[in-house]
Each structure stands twice: as C-alpha cells, then as structure tokens.
Design a protein around this ligand. Structure first.
Ligand SMILES: [Zn+2]
Length: 295
C-alpha cells in the first residue's frame, strides 16, 4: 500500500479527504477519496501496489470479466450487454472515418469479437492473463498484454477504453502511447463512471462505482477535459450510458443494506437508477462516454 500524495492530473500536493469509504467486495478495508484543492480531481488513497490489486477483484462478482450467468443481477447485466454492444457498434460506425479499431481493456473480448464480426479490423489489449488467453481462443486474434506491447504499425481510426481509464496505474505512460497510436483525425472513446451523478450523491460512501481500491480515479467531465488538455486533445461530445445507473444503484443498495438480494433492494435499485437518468442533464449521468479528438 502506498499513500497518494499528489494529484494524478495536476500534480498539486494540496488536497482534502472528500469521503471515507471501504472495499465492499472482499475485505472491508478502509480507503479514502482525496479531492485535489487545485483542480478538484478525486482519487483513491492509499493504493495497493500494482502486483497487489488483483486480490481486490472478486472473480465471482466481477461479471464483466467472468461472464457467469448466476443470479438476477448477472442475468440483467447480460441482457443489457446485448443492447449495449449494438449501441457501441453504432457509435463507432457514426464517428469513425475508417474501420481500424483498438480496444484497450478488452475484458471478456465480446465487444472485440462483435466488431470483428461486423467487418472491422480489430486489435485488443488485455492485462489479465486468463482473460487474454480466453479472447485469443474465442476470436483467433492476437491480444497484447499492455498498450505498449501492441505492435501494429498502422495507426488506429478509433481507440476504445470502456470503463478502463479509472483502473490505469501509469496514466501518463499509457496516454502518451495511446496518442501516438491514434490517427491525427482519429477518435478516442473513454467511458468512465461520473461521481457528479445523482446516484453518486445519493449513495455517497456506498456508491458502487467508487469501487475502492479497484478504481484509482473518480472522473467528472471537467477532470477529463483537464487531463486531455495536457495531451493537446479535447472532448468533442459526451454521451450517457443509461443502463449503468440501474446496475450501479442496485449494487449500491446491496452494499448499503448489506444484503445480496431481496425485492426491496431490487426495487429501490431500479427506482433510483431511473431517477438518476431522469434528473441528469448532459454530463451528469452515472456513467459517461467521452469522445476525444486531437485539437
Ligand atoms: Zn489536481
């Protein structure tokens, strides 16, 4: 474990504790959300070392990696994923000039496989050894372990990071490489939870998308703007991920009530997910997609 003493975006060492919370998946260990006095960015402290973070991923619960279909939450997750897959494909088709695509943090590889089926020229990056082997087996693609290991010589029309940036230890190293690999007029798509959302403010320390310490950073639109300014890049559009508010509210209800299932948890999760979407204006959704281009 190490304390994070300077802001990962602006490097200011002036900060305050915004919220005290804990790990709800594995061991109830306490973590703080720090808020930078200078740029307002919120980040987790202390952080496990890179080689310790794997212990905090619960293989039973981390559905986006394991693909298990046990339980109502997971069933719902899988049904929604089908719709989400198609929405992602439509978004990429709309914004991209070409079909050369890199997916960073490919997870179970379902999105990559889908894009390949749709005729895109896809490449992938996945850090987890088990997931990477499984994607290679299922798609026949070569998957790199990190973005730095990707040896494609041609630049990409579009690079996607779906719920990945909040997990990246060395932001600067990765973003420098990502910028190099993106065509000059290409698009970088970044999806991250938004701690300015109604559900974040309602659930506070129980908000499931804080996911401490797996989520190192807690981005809001202004933070994304500040971060990408440093790479001479800008947000050209923002889109909501409207299903995330239901999923996150449901898990937050589970944490808050210390209860895995139950009709009350289900109904409240659905209700507050809906309220979050209804109240949100642009930039205020539970999870946001940012479309980022060179300036
Ligand atoms: Zn800062």
């Amino acid at each position: 474990m190490k304390n994070i003493t300077s802001c990962p975006i602006c490097e200011s060492t002036k900060n305050k504790t915004f919220l005290k919370s804990r790990n709800f998946r594995i061991n109830e260990q306490a973590f703080d959300l720090m808020e930078c006095d200078s740029c307002t960015f919120r980040y987790t402290s202390p952080l496990p070392e890179v080689n310790e973070i794997g212990e905090y991923y619960d293989p039973e619960n981390y559905v986006s990696h394991t693909g298990t279909k046990k339980g109502i939450v997971n069933k719902l997750f899988h049904a929604i994923r089908k719709i989400t897959l198609n929405n992602k494909f439509k978004l990429l088709s709309k914004i991209s000039n070409g079909k050369k695509h890199l997916d960073i943090g490919a997870g179970n590889g379902i999105f990559l496989g889908y894009m390949k089926e749709k005729g895109w020229n896809v490449s992938g990056v996945e850090l987890d050894d088990v997931s990477r082997a499984s994607i290679e087996k299922n798609t026949g693609l070569n998957i790199a372990k990190t973005v730095h290991d990707n040896n494609e010589t041609e630049e990409f029309d579009v690079i996607t990071m779906w719920h990945v940036l909040e997990h990246v230890y060395d932001l600067r190293k990765d973003l420098n490489t990502i910028k190099q690999k993106l065509k000059k007029d290409g698009s970088l798509i970044v999806a991250v939870p938004n701690c300015d959302s109604y559900d974040a403010e309602k659930y506070k320390k129980f908000w499931a998308a804080y996911d401490l310490p797996i989520h190192l950073y807690h981005f809001r639109p202004q933070n994304i703007k500040d971060l990408f300014d440093q790479y001479d890049m800008k947000i050209v559009d923002m889109k909501p991920m409207k299903f995330d508010s239901y999923y996150i509210s449901l898990i937050s209800e589970q944490y808050k009530n210390n209860q895995k299932s139950g009709i009350g948890v289900m109904l409240r999760g659905f209700y507050y997910g809906l309220v979050s979407n209804l109240k949100a204006k642009k930039g205020e959704y539970s999870s946001q997609i940012y479309i980022i281009k060179n300036k």
